[in-house]
Design a protein around this ligand. Structure first.
Ligand SMILES: [Zn+2]
Length: 1004
């Protein structure tokens, strides 16, 4: 037989586009439209419904950037449509090629009840099925004219990303506003032909099924009278019924479709707009659930649920009903889909505490999966945190975005730093916006790496970010692929149902040990420095506030500020969302974040001050030093307060060759006349830290213009060009005794550094007035250390990475994340670099010709200057603190990291404060001391082994404990775990490497 595939396939495309799809709505009549433009920020629904609108015509421009317009559409259903199905088609000026990221609307009835959202691929509102004719139609649309930031020419700098700079030019043109007859038979024919046409294109040409589909499609096209599509659609469908009824092969891949809308909690829109995006999508999805009995929708991020509850009660009522029906399902168990590289230990834990608690309290639902489809890589501390939260599974799709290496599994056990293993699934559909296209379904089946031992995968299905979620078309396509020869078999299921199947069929999946590094978006560890500093400072202040408030509550009856801390935690957790903390949002978001972090700091400092004043007493003229760090410092116990002298700083003297020497008897640092550290001698070990002939504290600047995703990405070629900033304007003694001040100018920017030596540590305070464009600023420390690997602090421990690039996997990690420290060591001697706020770093090695020694260069990333999506990213004044700690063991690195981030506080008073909790082994780090969230007054203590070894210790309480329980992160006693036996005011504990433990002490 002749091969006529192209002929039939092209015919299918043209007839679908030009004849069949237009026949879905065979008759229409225009609606009358009026509009009221809200003058500023969004107004309450009642105000929008009662405003006085002015007429507007289809074709007219509307919508200043970030504006809100309330449209009122009115009309009468024509009498001759009696008995037909009628819909309103409300096209605000959408571009269907972009299913999200544009204007959006939420349709209301005149009584204020929400109907559904309007989105680029979801423009219909059902009026009646059937109508009687003559019905009066009146609908209101709350339309948001959010500008398109990520355009067809992506990553161009734009001023649209902030209301203050976006101007007032209308962004959209009102398109179609009609009442129309909906011909369901034609609509079903479109779905039949799409499913079969898309499946056909994926099937092998030498297989019979492909040709069966081709011939059936041809017969259907023959059956259509192109002058009367509506009259002949049923006949065409009859020609397709046979091939649609042939069942899937027994070995077919099984896809659990989960209705979904990945809604970024802020990104190319501000936080306030996400509230409305969520309300629109939830309205769409509750409506679709009513129409489609098999459909299931899952929504993650407890924060988004809370927004609906608090701000859109009319939508919330519908959501609650659908949840109670088991079909609108809470997914994951986190407050937001956060970044997981940068959040600190406790913050990562609290994401789960607050996320899981919301779903438990509202619905009695406890999710066992972490749902993070879009997060930019996964720190190796996460498995233990997931487990400690009472969960056991993880879903993400993002690792498929890696630039270089293809991940070897789709279903596997992920093992974290402490050995905890989590059942993990990467959907092989490679998208979190699946639209049930045949190509996507076939790709999932082909791509699945675990064929032969497993056959189930998950497909998050629906448009996110203002696309409106799952569409009725996706549901109709899934129904046809439920059991269809040649296709993977698709069924709607909840994430929990999928995981149960996947675990059951795959009892011994392969294991991946260590971080799930995303080989992309590496610059998110640096972009928007102020957002990152706000996060780190908030985390530190939250620790202090909980510690001192709990101590004061137990000792003095101080009112523990449960509600304030709960609210502040949720604010900080929200800002760890995977486009806020990573610095990839528009200017508006980061401008607001800076203000929010300032308010958070002010409120937390107030709580800390009040608690410390309550503890310090009124008497005396002394000065107490409060130490919130987990280790004793300068004679002050961890978590306590005592009288203590000011620490002594090393002395300063002139250096013979020019420059200065700082020396405290433990460390001697030589700073040359360029302001560079040419020597840092650990006097106890008699050992030089800086590589011979090199200089540390070296600022280096690179051009930094990635191929795409400017705020997200730094591409490897950035390193090909570098300028060392060695010219100093001034190198002088600083104002403070024992300090050296270095000033440099470069480009349009200026750096001032102050260097001091104290307690064997070189402290470096760096102030940058940054006015560069598309540049990357690094601070380099070439170290005389020979090490194959180095440690970076992560949550509840640290992870190791290679210093070499033997394989493509190691080479791809050319920028990585640290929390408070990075540590390198040879047997017997090591060095740490600690930081109060930077996260990005790189480590490289060279071998010197002179002495064949190894120079391992650690560089911390200070600032970038991308121009998309915020064209002014990081412009202005920044302050950083770093410290170089020669001779540091891993334990020293841990301790110095905490010290730098939790400076001691000096408070008038003389009532020394004994710690609430004391641990007699420094390897154990207490990360939280707080009162139990349930208001019982119990004291909750969370701690972990911090060095990667074993620890045995006694935990002593500075109060009378009447009982103790081992709990999960949510402070619930762990079933089957024996509580340690209290004896003489303390309990003995024994911890595995990096093991995390939460103890809950009751008191009388
Ligand atoms: Zn996202």
């Amino acid at each position: 037989m002749h091969d006529d595939r192209a002929l039939v396939e092209n015919r299918l495309k043209r007839v679908l586009d030009e004849r069949i799809r237009p026949a879905v709505y065979p008759a229409s009549t225009p609606l009358d439209v009026a509009v009221w433009h809200a003058p500023g920020e969004p107004v309450p629904v009642a105000e929008g419904l009662t405003a006085s609108p002015a007429p507007i015509a289809v074709g007219d421009a509307w919508g200043a950037p970030w504006g809100t317009s309330w449209f009122t559409v009115t009309g009468t259903v024509p009498a001759e449509w009696a008995g037909r199905t009628v819909e309103a088609i409300l096209d605000l000026g959408f571009d269907e090629n972009m299913p999200g990221f544009q204007c959006e609307g939420l349709v209301y009835r005149p009584d204020g009840g929400p109907v559904k959202g309007l989105n680029p691929r979801n423009q219909w509102v059902r009026i009646g099925a059937p109508v009687e004719g003559g019905e009066e139609v009146r609908l209101h649309i709350e339309a948001a004219s959010n500008p398109v930031i990520l355009d067809y020419h992506p990553f161009l700098p734009t001023k649209l990303g902030d209301r203050e700079t976006a101007g007032s030019e209308p962004q959209y043109r009102l398109a179609r506003m009609d009442l129309a007859v909906f011909d369901e038979t034609v609509w079903q024919l479109v779905i039949d032909l799409e499913v079969l046409g898309e499946l056909m294109a994926e099937l092998p040409v030498d297989g019979a099924r492909r040709w069966e589909l081709l011939r059936a499609v041809e017969r259907a096209l023959d059956a259509i009278d192109l002058q009367d599509v509506n009259g002949t659609a049923a006949a065409a469908r009859a020609e397709l019924a046979g091939v649609l009824a042939t069942p899937a092969a027994p070995s077919a891949h099984r896809i659990s479709a989960v209705g979904h809308a990945h809604i970024d909690s802020a990104w190319l829109w501000p936080l306030r707009e996400t509230v409305r995006k969520v309300a629109r999508t939830a309205s769409n999805m509750t409506a679709l659930l009513e129409d489609e009995p098999e459909f299931v929708f899952a929504m993650s991020q407890a924060q988004q649920w809370a927004w609906i509850k608090e701000q859109r009660p009319e939508v919330w009522a519908r959501v609650v009903k659908a949840v109670n029906d088991g079909r609108f399902v809470p997914a994951g168990g986190m407050w937001v889909e956060s970044d997981t590289n940068m959040p600190g230990s406790e913050a990562m834990a609290r994401q789960f505490v607050h996320g899981k608690r919301f779903f438990l309290e509202e619905f009695g639902v406890e999710n066992e999966e972490a749902w993070l489809p879009d997060t930019f890589g996964f720190a190796a501390g996460l498995p233990q945190i997931i487990k400690a939260a009472g969960s056991k599974r993880l879903l993400t799709q993002k690792i498929s975005w890696s630039q270089v290496n293809k991940f070897p599994h789709h279903t596997f056990l992920w093992e974290g730093i402490d050995g905890t293993r989590i059942f993990t699934h990467f959907p092989p559909v490679d998208t979190y916006n699946c639209s049930m296209k045949g190509g996507e379904i076939a790709h999932a089946a082909r791509n699945f790496k675990d064929k032969g031992v497993a056959r189930h995968s998950l497909a998050p299905t629906g448009w996110g970010d203002g696309g409106g979620g799952t569409t009725r078309e996706m549901v109709a396509k899934a129904a046809r692929m439920r059991d269809l020869e040649g296709s993977a078999a698709v069924v709607w299921e909840t994430p929990a149902e999928f995981f149960a199947r996947a675990e059951a069929e795959y009892p011994a999946p392969p294991v991946w040990v260590g971080e799930l590094y995303l080989e992309l978006h590496r610059a998110t560890l640096t972009s928007q420095a102020k957002t990152k500093q706000g996060n780190r400072r908030s985390e530190s202040l939250l620790r202090e506030a909980e510690l001192w408030a709990a101590t004061a509550a137990v000792r003095t009856g101080f009112a523990y500020p449960h509600e304030r801390l709960d609210r502040i935690w949720k604010t900080v957790l929200l800002h760890q969302f995977h486009d806020i903390l990573p610095g990839s949002s528009i200017a508006w978001v980061h401008r607001e974040a800076e203000k929010t972090y300032a308010a958070v700091a002010a409120e937390l400092n107030e709580i800390i001050d009040d608690a410390q004043r309550a503890l310090a007493g009124n008497a005396g003229s002394g000065e107490l030093v409060f130490n919130a760090a987990p280790h004793a410092r300068n004679g002050v116990p961890a978590g306590g307060a005592a009288m203590a002298p000011a620490p002594t700083r090393g002395g300063l003297r002139a250096r013979d060759e020019g420059g200065y020497v700082l020396d405290d008897g433990l460390l001697r640092v030589e700073i040359d006349d360029r302001g560079l550290v040419v020597s840092a001698c650990d006097l106890r070990a008699g050992r030089e830290t800086v590589a011979p002939g090199q200089a540390a504290n070296l600022l280096q600047i690179h051009p930094d213009f990635p191929n795409m995703w400017d705020a997200w990405d730094v591409d490897q070629f950035y390193r090909n060009t570098v300028t060392d900033l060695v010219d100093a304007d001034e190198v002088t003694p600083g104002e403070e005794p024992g300090s050296v001040r270095v000033v440099r100018s470069f480009g349009r920017s200026r750096v001032t550094q102050v260097l001091t030596v104290e307690a064997g540590r070189l402290d470096i305070r760096t102030e940058v007035d940054w006015h560069e464009t598309e540049k990357f600023l690094k601070l380099a420390f070439p170290l005389d250390v020979h090490a194959d690997r180095y440690a970076s602090e992560s949550q509840y421990g640290h992870a190791f990475r290679a210093t070499h690039t033997n394989t493509s996997w190691e080479a791809a990690k050319f920028e990585a994340c640290n929390h408070k420290f990075v540590h390198l060591e040879e047997p017997g001697w090591g060095v740490a670099l600690v930081t109060d706020s930077t996260y990005g770093h790189d480590v490289t090695r060279t071998v010197r010709a002179s002495d064949r020694g190894t120079t391992t260069t650690l560089r911390v990333s200070l600032l970038r200057a991308p121009r998309f999506p915020d064209p002014e990213t990081d412009q202005g004044l920044h302050r950083f603190r770093h410290a170089l700690v020669p001779g540091a063991t891993i334990g020293d690195a841990v301790r110095e990291g905490w010290f730098l981030n939790l400076p001691e506080r000096r408070v008038p008073g003389d009532a020394e404060v004994a710690p609430l909790v004391t641990v007699d082994d420094d390897a154990i780090v207490v990360t939280a001391v707080k009162l139990a969230d349930d208001g019982s007054g119990d004291v909750v203590v969370r701690f972990h082994e911090s060095r990667g070894g074993r620890a045995r210790a006694r935990i002593s309480t500075g109060f009378t404990a009447t009982g103790v329980a081992v709990t999960d992160l949510l402070e619930r006693p762990l079933a089957g775990t024996a509580a340690p036996e209290p004896a003489g005011g303390s309990v003995a504990v024994s911890l595995r490497p990096f093991e995390l433990v939460t103890l809950r002490f009751s008191r009388s």
